[in-house]
Design a protein around this ligand. Structure first.
Ligand SMILES: *Cc1c(COP(=O)(O)O)cnc(C)c1O
Length: 403
């Protein structure tokens, strides 16, 4: 039996349950765990079936660049978490973001984005889109009025990302939606840093939600994937461009992503708890100058974060009470947090923020972007909190000792 786009008839369960059963309508054989549908192409039953497969947008069994049964399952679950009717699964977060932008924009259009975005998103907006005649204005994301002031008659899209690197500044999602919606300007929110369990931008009026599924959704630092969540009409538009650009998620990685999703709520619950506790511990530590974490009352936008988030995620930016050398020694002295980029997985990671951006920014640019030399970005994992605290405490003491 083939079950494709069967509408969901079950009542809306909690997100924890959606993660396990949200793709149940797509079960189509006896296996509890779906097979890895490792096939580039799919069989038609007859000529009429083939005609339907070829003509129907987003058919999950035609050709894997167009869709795949595992993509459909992942999309169904994440769309339900985000509260959108549809979702598209892509080969990476950047695949999802750039495909979406290229699908919705044309020469002459204008985009408003934040001064602080994921670096490749900034490059898309400030370097790639202008090559195709799309102009952009970047604004201070903490000020909704700045977005409003940047609007022009040709503004088609506002791109936001919250919380954002490196200092976890927060964008007012409902505030941006209220500015964009009445003017017919589409909005995209990169929800990667929050995860769909801690924040659902569509429920605040944002049209399109994108994720790097490489982070929390996969959750184990072993795959790259991206997701775009939106309504059916937008999904169809974006899918048409996706088929042309070809940012396809492999069936194996789609299967790993589906497997990762089953435990998302357990992981995010632990990560939220660990990160909040570690942020508080660091803030009280004598060798720490400042901690940036939206869950701390000291965060300048804590009240806004509380309004639009139900948990605050893995990422903490900590400024240690020292210079470049002490900061490097601190990162190197950590035993539980590996020195690696990415975030939102089961293992804790830590990077010296200035070193991460050294290849793309000079000292003056870093200062403007709010990246001091003593900043470390940590992504807190699911280890025991006592061990995480002991590890940062020991590493701070090692770092402060003169070499
Ligand atoms: C990682 C990340 C991306 C890019 O995703 P990839 O899966 O690495 O392509 C985009 N936005 C944010 C906020 C990210 O953290």
């Amino acid at each position: 039996m083939r079950v494709m786009d069967t509408p969901d008839e079950d009542p809306a369960p909690h997100p924890d349950t959606v993660l396990l059963h949200g793709d149940r309508a797509l079960h189509d054989d006896a296996a509890l765990v779906p097979p890895i549908t490792y096939s580039a192409t799919f069989l038609a039953r007859d000529e009429a079936d083939f005609g339907d497969m070829a003509a129907r947008p987003r058919h999950p069994r035609f050709y894997t660049r167009y869709g795949n049964p595992l993509h459909a399952r992942v999309a169904r679950i994440v769309a339900r978490l985000e509260g959108t009717t549809d979702a598209l699964v892509m080969g990476s977060g950047m695949g999802a973001i750039s495909t979406t932008a290229l699908a919705l924009l044309e020469a002459g259009d204008h985009v408003i984005a934040q001064s602080r975005h994921y670096m490749s998103t900034s490059k898309l907006v400030e370097e790639l889109l202008p090559r195709f005649g799309v102009t952009a204005t970047v604004v201070e994301q903490t000020d909704p009025a700045a977005f409003e002031a940047a609007i022009r008659p040709e503004t088609r899209l506002i791109i936001v990302e919250t919380p954002a690197n490196p200092t976890l500044v927060v964008t007012d999602l409902a505030g941006i939606a209220a500015i964009a919606r009445p003017r017919g300007i589409l909005t995209i929110a990169d929800n990667t840093f929050a995860s769909p369990l801690n924040q659902q931008p569509h429920r605040h009026g944002i049209d399109i939600v994108v994720h790097s599924a490489t982070k929390y959704l996969g959750g184990h630092h072993d795959l790259m994937a991206g997701i775009v969540c939106c309504d059916a009409a937008l999904a169809e538009r974006i899918w048409a461009t996706h088929v042309t650009l070809g940012s396809v998620l492999s069936p194996m990685d789609a299967w790993l992503l589906l497997r990762g999703l089953r435990t998302l709520s357990l992981r995010v619950e632990r990560i939220n708890r660990n990160a909040l506790a570690l942020a508080g511990f660091l803030e009280a530590h004598p060798s720490v100058a400042r901690v940036h974490y939206p869950g701390l009352p000291s965060h300048p936008q804590h009240a806004l974060a509380q309004r639009q988030m139900s948990g605050y995620g893995a990422v903490i930016a900590v400024e240690i009470d020292g210079g470049h050398a002490e900061t490097s020694r601190f990162v190197s002295a950590l035993r539980l947090s590996s020195q690696a980029v990415s975030l939102g997985g089961v293992d804790s990671l830590a990077v010296h923020t200035a070193a991460m951006w050294a290849g793309t920014m000079n000292a003056a640019q870093m200062a403007r972007a709010g990246i001091p030399v003593n900043m470390v970005r940590m992504s807190v994992g699911v280890e025991h909190i006592d061990d995480l605290k002991a590890d940062v405490d020991r590493a701070l003491r090692d770092a402060m000792r003169s070499p």
